[in-house]
Write a protein that binds this ligand. Structure first.
Ligand code: ADE
Length: 224
């Protein structure tokens, strides 16, 4: 998969993809992430990328021209499956959307700042709008990092144990069961005996029951 991310603060996106699972995905050639500095498309001597909003009011708006030129250049090189704008008024991101996007080949993310991007860029280019939750970040970069991480770890060959993404929370609308590692007793607390039994079917049943119990307790909305 190839992902391009347009940002006015590309440095914010350097570290998230340079470690752990995202780095492994890059090293294996499974995922390439390219961050484009929108400022290089800025207008005038100050490479301006934002301006006051029509109609008045506080907060700047990201201008059409730099974004349009940048997107057009990228579109000439890549056949994007989706052009995604990160915005608090987008559809809420969840595991289903992560699964769906992980099946794509080319994605372009646009990170907004200030009051957001000019509506005409949304009308002309954007094919999907995603929010990572009902709160407002100071820019789309951290949201893009969250979405790319959630997608990247689902790509075949990225996780060592191919089945481990399938047992994540939300993968079947259930939260994950509790997990334990050594030692078997810690501060007087024992690992549930069933997990030490070696009885695979019973362990699966226990995990399923625990998932159900925890989901009922914490997120009954997931059970519909
Ligand atoms: N940009 C600012 N806030 C955001 C959010 N909650 N989700 C996605 N992008 C954003």
């Amino acid at each position: 998969m190839h992902i391009d991310i347009i940002s006015v603060v590309p440095d914010l996106l350097r570290s998230p993809f340079d470690h752990s699972i995202m780095k492994r995905a890059a090293d294996k050639g499974i995922l390439t992430v390219n961050v484009i500095n929108l400022r290089t498309y800025g207008l005038g001597p100050h490479l301006q990328t934002d301006d006051y909003q029509y109609g008045g009011g506080a907060g700047m708006v990201m201008m059409c021209e730099p974004l349009d030129t940048c997107i057009a250049e990228l579109k000439a090189k890549h056949n994007y499956d989706q052009i995604i704008y990160l915005t608090p008024d987008g559809k809420t991101f969840n595991q289903k959307r992560a699964n769906h996007l992980s099946c794509m080949n080319n994605l372009l993310f646009i990170c907004g700042h200030y009051k957001g991007i000019d509506q005409r860029i949304r009308d002309l280019h954007v094919t999907m709008e995603i929010s990572i939750g009902d709160f407002v970040l100071s820019g789309g970069e951290l949201a893009a990092a969250v979405v790319v991480d959630a997608i990247g770890r689902l790509l075949p060959g990225v996780l060592n144990d191919e089945t481990s993404a399938l047992t994540d929370s939300f993968q079947d609308d259930l939260l994950a069961p509790p997990v334990y590692t050594r030692p078997a007793t810690f501060n007087g607390l024992d690992v549930p005996e069933i997990l030490l039994s070696g009885h695979e079917r019973k362990i699966d049943e226990w995990r399923y029951e625990e998932s159900l119990r925890i989901t009922k307790e914490r997120r009954p909305d997931l059970l519909g």
